[in-house]
Design a protein around this ligand. Structure first.
Ligand code: ATP
Ligand code: MN
Ligand code: MN
Length: 376
């Protein structure tokens, strides 16, 4: 409470893990604008401004009202001078010249385009930009470039991967994952995580967490799943990463660090007949033409030992901003270290175990937030 402020009777914490943020966003015009700036600062590796606008956007997402004048944000955490300026422009003129400039910036547009390809990160995009490349056609035609296996898949399935995954498609992917996993280990727990667990109706991929209660049978599971999908010709691409996890390791401070669980980044071939969109999307008229009857969908599979499941679930449910603030809160308010694997109490010098997410919130002295309240 010491860190909280009172605005019109609403207590608002500077930590997203102490705010209930649903998908109902009354300030999307502002948060969309801020997120464009965040993206641009990310491209330019300006960490400070990236954080500043990210936190401001997250703050506005939890407000139960639309900000109509700058005064409405008075006393809110994270509303610095820069943020206020942009807010004022948008509220008074309907748009921000700074955001418009970013959207028209050649560097921003190129990096945004290049990073939209699966397997292409900032470093590669920067390189291509500095080589004078501006379009995906130019990249594809350039004979001097060697693309990674991941990038080749990214270009090959570009159109499918750029179109967002619907909830119905995520459900179809869930069916495929569960069918296969349960054929191998009927006791395995398969949980949809990421944005879909937070209630989103669309996403850029489908995230799954898999664990097996009371056993160490999970180690071979992913290998067997991949073998089965290969024979079924459902795997368009995959990269299996073995576990590098050690039980004694202290949780990592770095929020964006990858975790150490065994995982598979895949592109799954999902047949349209498996997708129940509620209405007959596929018209018979087109059936005779040579239309593709499947969609390439990005799927992340993470396998965790059972005793780490709750931490992995909390970590993989997101949002990223929520995760950042949860870890920042643990470190600065509780002298604890939290990551996707464990929670460590630095004062007592012990690991705190948890069977579910509620227990982790409770260790941290936080009120429980449902997954759909973590859309910070
Ligand atoms: P989208 O709808 O765009 O997929 P999302 O919230 O599901 O949104 P993801 O990038 O799929 O975003 O990530 C889901 C969560 O998993 C995030 O909160 C992130 O912190 C975590 N995460 C993503 N990738 C990794 C990784 N390689 N290692 C550890 N955690 C990750
Ligand atoms: Mn996701
Ligand atoms: Mn993902």
């Amino acid at each position: 409470a010491a860190n909280s402020l009172n605005i019109g009777g609403i207590r608002i914490s500077p930590y997203a893990c102490q705010r209930r943020t649903t998908l109902k966003n009354y300030n999307q015009k502002l948060t969309d604008a801020f997120e464009i700036l965040v993206e641009n600062y990310e491209f330019n590796e300006n960490k400070e401004f990236c954080l500043a606008f990210g936190r401001a956007a997250s703050m506005l997402k939890c407000l139960p009202f639309t900000v109509v004048q700058v005064n409405d944000t008075e006393g809110l955490p994270w509303m610095g001078e820069q943020v206020k300026e942009i807010t004022e422009d948008i509220l008074e003129e309907g748009e921000s010249s700074k955001v418009k400039a970013v959207l028209n910036d050649e560097n921003y547009r190129s990096i945004k385009l290049f990073t939209s390809v699966f397997g292409v990160g900032l470093k590669t995009s920067d390189k291509w930009y500095k080589m004078g490349l501006r379009t995906l056609e130019e990249v594809k035609c350039n004979k001097n470039l060697t693309l990674t296996r991941m990038q080749k898949a990214g270009f090959l399935y570009y159109d499918d991967l750029i179109s967002s995954v619907s909830k119905a498609e995520a459900d179809a992917a869930t069916q495929i994952v569960q069918d296969t996993v349960w054929k191998i280990l009927p006791d395995a727990v398969v949980t949809l995580t990421g944005g879909f667990r937070r209630g989103k109706q669309a996403g850029h991929d489908v995230d799954f967490l898999i664990t097996v209660p009371g056993s160490r049978q999970e180690e071979e599971l992913l290998h067997t799943v991949i073998d089965i999908w290969k024979t079924q010709e459902l795997l368009l691409y995959y990269d299996l990463i073995e576990s590098t996890f050690e039980n004694t390791k202290l949780p990592s401070r770095k929020v964006d660090a990858l975790d150490h669980f065994q995982k598979c980044f895949a592109i799954l071939k999902v047949h349209k007949e498996r997708v129940n969109e509620g209405s007959a999307v596929q018209s018979k008229v087109f059936a005779e033409e040579e239309t593709k009857d499947w969609k390439a969908i990005r799927v992340d599979l993470v396998v965790t030992p059972f005793q780490h499941y709750a931490f992995a679930l909390l970590g993989w449910t997101g949002s990223r901003q929520f995760e950042r603030d949860l870890r920042r809160y643990a470190t600065h308010e509780k002298k604890m270290m939290l990551d996707n694997h464990a929670l460590y109490d630095k004062t007592k010098k012990i690991f705190l175990s948890a069977a579910n997410e509620e227990e982790i919130f409770s260790h941290l002295g936080l009120d429980y937030l449902e997954p759909w309240e973590r859309n910070a």
